[in-house]
Design a protein around this ligand. Structure first.
Ligand SMILES: Cc1cc2nc3c(=O)[nH]c(=O)nc-3n(C[C@H](O)[C@H](O)[C@H](O)COP(=O)(O)OP(=O)(O)OC[C@H]3O[C@@H](n4cnc5c(N)ncnc54)[C@H](O)[C@@H]3O)c2cc1C
Length: 458
């Protein structure tokens, strides 16, 4: 079956701010829909027999990201501890085969302002250092949260990021192997602090690693049962991480190069060779959006269950927000961001079909309320929790959720970043399709486990 899009029709312009899990999920699923394909998150491959020629609509998708590549954010605890993983976790956009499609462009830059009335974005172009205006028909805000250095790299190009990562990797290894050496102190026993401490313990097994948390239980800010916190505590201690609970770090001063003095709330002092602050200082990266689209307390973007902005005026139509930056139930996770990308792609495509007179009403997919669920890498094993399955721990859980690269290949394959769009398109032999379908279905199972109820309720 031919898959060419309708000729002589002006392409619909879709602007996506942020090219990570959410943004890429939106871009690539929309690309599939626009070509009359099954969308890549549907678990099916090839042409959708229900999509007639009129359903193939030309789109021009532009992704704008401050970084020059896709960065596997959830791998940070490993990437900032191990050189080969640092290299692996950042892929420049121009090296991503799936994005090599005439309907997709990627620009390195930063969104500065959105005029929803004229549907015009102001973008700061990182290369020229100048601002330009970009017209769009649909906008997807997928720019996530800004997070602190040491937990997430701050550099925007791969070359500079590798230098930043190398410095941290060198710092966490100083004094390795020295019994009772100064070691590394990780401050903050939330999910990120637990993963940072445990990955360090795996990559630097002879380094002294300490995790200090101000509350008397780990994961104290997450809506998770105490059982999950206790499993994390046991797992950390089994890996040789010293865990100090109920002590606030009141000050941390670098007294000389590679030597920090920490003062705790009980008056005790400790020294460390390196200190990682993994406390939840994060805020939405949405300075380019007006105040009225945000929740006044959290600063997150308020949305409807169709992922449209829930705001008065022109933002309420043609504007979508997905991923970490939205105000929604559930713990922020990459599986949720990717899934929201898929839903936004579907809903945009439906509105395009209506605007082209292909159908009368859009068939929206909605995002349900999400119960707390988590999968947390803790060294060689992982801990998972969902309401249905309760808390689990083990190396098998690690394999399912993260494998041996903190989920890099799981996310890469689920987004099909290494698959040329032509390959998905060719709808070639039945055997090819069967093989691709098997791969996709296998990944869907993993992703279902990552996204849990989010996927099954969709
Ligand atoms: C250390 C760590 C470990 C984690 N571990 C897990 C885990 O094990 N499992 C899990 O499910 N989740 C985990 N998470 C959470 C997960 O990373 C997020 O839920 C996920 O990254 C959200 O994806 P996103 O696409 O919404 O945003 P992000 O991944 O944050 O991407 C936002 C993108 O937007 C770009 N951007 C920002 N501002 C602008 C702008 N103004 N203009 C243009 N571009 C912009 C950024 O450069 C970035 O590429 C972890 C997070 C951290 C920090």
């Amino acid at each position: 079956m031919p898959s060419a899009v309708a000729p002589n029709v002006a392409p619909v312009k879709v602007l996506i701010i942020g090219g990570s899990y959410g943004g890429l999920g939106a871009a690539l699923n929309l690309l599939d829909f626009s070509k009359g394909k099954y969308s890549r998150f549907s678990g099916k491959v090839g042409n959708d027999p229900k999509a007639g020629p009129e359903s193939r609509v030309p789109v021009q998708i532009k992704i704008v990201d401050e970084r020059d590549g896709y960065y596997h954010l959830i791998g940070s605890p490993l990437g900032l501890a191990s050189t080969p993983h640092a290299e692996k976790f950042w892929t420049k956009f121009d090296e991503i085969i799936a994005l090599r499609d005439p309907s997709i462009t990627v620009a390195q830059g930063s969104a500065v302002n959105i005029n929803a009335t004229t549907k015009t974005a102001t973008i700061f172009d990182s290369k020229s250092g100048k601002e330009y205006e970009e017209k769009y028909d649909f906008l997807v805000a997928a720019s996530g949260l800004r997070r602190e250095k040491q937990v997430v790299p701050q550099e925007k190009t791969k070359d500079k990021y590798l230098v930043e990562a190398a410095k941290q990797i060198a710092a966490v290894g100083v004094g390795e192997g020295v019994k009772n050496g100064k070691g590394v102190v990780v401050i903050g026993g939330g999910a990120v602090g637990i993963e940072m401490a445990s990955e360090l313990a795996v990559v630097h097994p002879t380094q002294r690693i300490t995790l200090i948390h101000s509350h008397d239980r780990l994961l104290s800010s997450e809506p998770l049962p105490i059982e999950v916190a206790n499993l994390c505590l046991t797992s950390l201690r089994e890996q040789g991480v010293e865990v100090v609970l109920g002590q606030r770090v009141e000050s941390s001063v670098e007294v000389e190069e590679g030597k920090y003095k920490l003062r705790l709330s009980n008056g005790n002092e400790r020294t460390a060779g390196f200190v990682i602050w993994a406390i939840s200082k994060q805020h939405p990266s949405t300075d380019y959006l007006p105040k009225e689209v945000h929740n006044s307390e959290s600063g997150l973007v308020v949305i409807k269950d169709t992922l449209h902005f829930n705001a008065p005026g022109p933002f309420s139509t043609n504007h979508f927000a997905i991923g970490d930056l939205v105000q929604w139930s559930g713990i922020k996770r990459c599986g949720a961001a990717m899934h929201m990308g898929f839903l936004a792609a579907n809903n945009i495509y439906q509105e395009i079909l209506v605007s082209r007179g292909v159908k009368k009403e859009p068939t929206y997919l909605t995002y349900p309320e999400v119960p707390a669920m988590i999968a947390l890498a803790c060294g060689k094993q992982a801990i998972s929790y969902s309401v249905e399955d309760g808390a689990k721990v083990g190396e098998d859980i690690m394999e399912v959720f993260f494998n041996d690269d903190l989920g890099f290949m799981i996310c890469w394959n689920y987004l099909q970043l290494g698959t040329p769009s032509a390959e998905i398109e060719k709808g070639n032999t039945e055997k090819d399709i069967q093989i691709l379908e098997e791969q996709v279905n296998d990944l869907s199972v993993k992703e279902k486990m990552i996204a849990g109820a989010v996927i099954s309720a969709a």
